[in-house]
Design a binder for this molecule. Structure first.
Ligand code: R7I
Ligand code: MG
Ligand code: MG
Length: 349
């Protein structure tokens, strides 16, 4: 579709759900042969399998809360979003939530809560979580707000409801920025895409809290910028092995070890690659490649799926995948509603 077209909004949200649902199969696996990935993805074409056989996990459960809150409040409302996270968790606690975040979600369910950001700040001895739970649900912020300043601000605040460490919430900002640029067709020029992300993150990570957290955690001065530079180096090479990608970028549960990885998956799969089925289009390649990295596969595929879906649009999604994944049809509808919110005429006052 054309930049910021309806097709791209639908593709982004559906791509995220598909990544989460199909990625669940390999979450935590150390080595995932591409044959196993292809076999798993091919089984989705089996007509005898019913609708929604692959369940979504916390990634989609929380993304749905973000979507419903942004739509319901026609913008960002931290109390409403926090309430939805808590309610969703208590209704379906077995969606595979991170072990730390569960404490936050329980505290958020208290009706007496005054500051909805406080429970997240109490995590990990007061430093806050650097897990990827904020980033995994960040895509809707890029679909609700056309303005870059709003996206940065609200993706950060939305993540801070559970992740108060800057490495946690800045991962969410980076993921939302990647979806935003992709939605506007920026992946047509991959070098400029990555350069733009570096420019934006230079500013985001120049923040005092970010510089302090990076120092305490003994990371590079601007950890996300450093990783984005590594992506740029990997892009310049004609051949990159899975092992090298994992060594350079990671495949773990920390936002720093998964958001840049997801971005790399999308960039690497813009063209056909050896080892991936020739019949696959770009979105299928991206999801398959994300799973083959192993580690936090549902989350990396979810984030890569959102960025890729925003680039290729809904037409690129195999209908059989939608039928097999729980929540994919809902995501399609929500994508349309967010498209309307994004394009609404700004209200005065
Ligand atoms: O980040 P979070 O919501 O987890 C998301 C992940 C995704 O892969 C989902 O698919 C699901 O599987 O979980 O949950 P958190 O509990 O905040 O963080 C995840 C994990 O990161 C924690 O359980 C810790 O193991 C680790 N972690 C930390 N460890 C030490 N110090 C996060 N922050 C810290 C920290 O500051
Ligand atoms: Mg999950
Ligand atoms: Mg995960």
């Amino acid at each position: 579709g054309t930049p910021a077209s309806l097709s791209r909004f639908r593709g982004a949200l559906v791509g995220a759900v598909l990544g989460d649902c199909v990625g669940g199969e390999f979450e935590g696996a150390e080595e995932v042969p591409m044959e196993s990935v292809v076999q798993h993805l091919n089984s989705l074409d089996d007509e005898t399998k019913g609708t929604g056989i692959l369940e979504y996990s916390d990634d989609t459960a929380m993304t749905r809360c973000v979507v419903q809150s942004l739509l319901g409040r026609a913008g960002f409302d931290e109390r409403d979003m926090a309430r939805r996270f808590a309610k969703e968790y208590s209704a379906s606690p077995s969606r595979g939530y991170g072990s730390g975040v569960v404490q936050v979600l329980k505290k958020l369910s208290s009706p007496q809560i005054k500051d909805v950001y406080q429970p997240a700040k109490d995590q990990f001895n007061g430093r806050g979580s650097f897990g990827n739970g904020g980033a995994m649900r960040a895509a809707p912020f890029a679909l609700a707000f056309p303005d870059l300043t709003d996206i940065k601000k609200f993706a950060r605040l939305g993540a801070m409801l559970t992740h108060s460490c800057s490495l946690g919430y800045n991962g969410a900002v980076l993921q939302a920025l990647a979806v935003h640029l992709s939605l506007r067709g920026a992946l047509d020029l991959p070098q400029q895409f990555i350069n733009r992300l570096i420019t934006e993150m230079e500013e985001v990570e120049g923040d005092e809290a970010a510089l302090r957290d990076a120092r305490i955690l003994k990371e590079a001065e601007k950890p996300y910028c450093e990783r984005l530079h590594r992506i740029r180096d990997l892009m310049d090479r004609s051949k990159v092995s899975i092992e090298e990608v994992i060594a350079e970028l990671g495949n773990g549960i920390a936002a720093l070890h998964s958001v840049p990885t997801a971005i790399f998956c999308v960039l690497h799969c813009l063209q056909p690659r050896e080892g991936l089925p020739e019949t696959y289009g770009g979105l299928e390649r991206t999801v398959a490649y994300s799973l083959a990295l192993g580690g936090d596969t549902d989350t990396i595929a979810c984030m890569a799926g959102a960025i890729a879906g925003a680039h290729y649009g809904i037409e690129a999604v195999p209908p059989s995948w939608i039928r097999c994944c729980e929540g994919a049809e809902d995501a399609d509808v929500s994508g349309g509603l967010l498209h309307a919110l994004y394009h609404r005429t700004p209200q005065e006052g």
